[in-house]
Design a protein around this ligand. Structure first.
Ligand code: FMN
Length: 331
């Protein structure tokens, strides 16, 4: 059944606003949205003027970021009472668009993702603050695992031993990235404040307690919330990995959707999150992130979860920059 009701200008704006609130590597926001010629759908394009080539040469993080925007579009479509039928990579790898949403049918259920996630979209921020030592309840971990699985991605909450291993790999990758002048210059271009980790340069940390602190990158455009490398993070961060069976563009798009679905669901339950991406950015540390006991799998993302301050809203591109004119869709 189709509604055959064309998307209005205000529907398109609402969709694009939700899409652009998604998280992205270095807040690069590498997406654009283009209505289909019949105005019953939306294409999601990679904005290739906003790639981050030194940190992300294969476009893996680009596709994860686009996948996150795609999930927000699905949430906004549900809010508009429309079902969102998604086709990934309809023109193959590297082709445009990266995904197409058919929005012609009415929603089958008012809230397809459990709680209504639409009001949560503007409330989700990266929180790079210290979290409390309160554990994420098992039942909630179970919900997050199911949410990721429904997007085709495996979420694993790490045990203490693996948390320490992942933090050590993150610190190692961070030091290597810091020593790479090309990457440092690239990060500095995207970062609007000095590239430290919410004010904590890793080099300033004693190696004995390095694993009790979490290297962070701040992209809010505001100065770090403290100036000295003194803040202690939670004794043992709660980390989760997102893993896929294969490592193709479609898997990266699925990872982005799973990440955003998990992050919004977590936010709806009062949890905060941030991404630790450094170890995934370097091939050999990424390889060593794998949990060999779990069998083959490609680690796409490390999420830090916990209870604490909400984080600050990072700036976004105006909707006019990301929403292409419907007229262009015909061309
Ligand atoms: C693929 C990817 C990698 C990211 N890597 C990091 C990271 O290593 N450190 C960090 O603090 N934030 C990281 N982020 C979070 C972004 O910096 C953040 O989403 C962006 O600045 C927008 O802010 P917001 O999440 O508060 O909306 C990453 C996000 C994505 C999607």
């Amino acid at each position: 059944m189709t509604t055959e009701t064309a998307l209005t200008a205000s529907d398109l704006r609402l969709l694009a606003e939700a899409g652009t609130l998604a998280p992205s590597l270095h807040n690069s926001q590498p997406w654009r949205f283009r209505p289909t010629p019949d105005l019953l759908g939306l294409e999601v394009l990679a904005d290739l003027g906003r790639t981050v080539p030194a940190a992300d040469p294969d476009g893996r993080a680009l596709h994860i970021s686009i996948g996150a925007a795609l999930f927000n579009l699905r949430v906004a479509a549900a809010h508009l009472g429309r079902a969102a039928e998604v086709r990934l990579l309809p023109s193959g790898e590297d082709g445009q668009p990266r995904a197409v949403l058919d929005l012609s049918a009415p929603a089958r259920t008012p809230s397809p993702f459990g709680p209504d996630l639409y009001p949560v979209v503007p409330k989700r921020h990266s929180s790079r603050h210290a979290f409390t030592n309160r554990d994420v309840p098992e039942a909630l971990v179970g919900e997050l695992i199911v949410a990721a699985r429904e997007e085709g991605v495996t979420l694993t909450m790490l045990e203490e031993h693996d948390v320490r291993r992942v933090l050590a790999l993150t610190a190692e990758a961070e030091a290597r990235i810091a020593a790479d002048v090309t990457r440092e210059a690239e990060t500095r271009r995207w970062l609007r404040v000095e590239p430290s980790y919410d004010g904590i340069p890793l080099a300033a940390l004693g190696s004995h307690d390095r694993d009790a602190r979490v290297p962070m990158r701040g992209f809010t455009g505001h100065p770090p919330h403290h100036a000295t490398p003194a803040e202690r993070f939670e004794a043992l961060p709660q980390l989760a990995t997102l893993v896929t069976h294969f490592d193709h563009q479609a898997d990266w798009l699925r990872t982005g959707q799973a990440m955003e679905r998990v992050w919004l669901l977590a936010t709806a339950h009062g949890l905060r999150a941030s991404v630790l991406h450094q170890a995934v950015e370097i091939p050999d540390t990424r390889w060593r992130l794998r949990d060999t006991a779990e069998g083959p799998g490609h680690v796409q993302l490390v999420l830090r979860l916990g209870y604490g301050p909400p984080g600050t809203a990072a700036p976004r591109r105006p909707v006019e920059d990301v929403l292409l004119d419907p007229v262009e869709a015909a061309g």
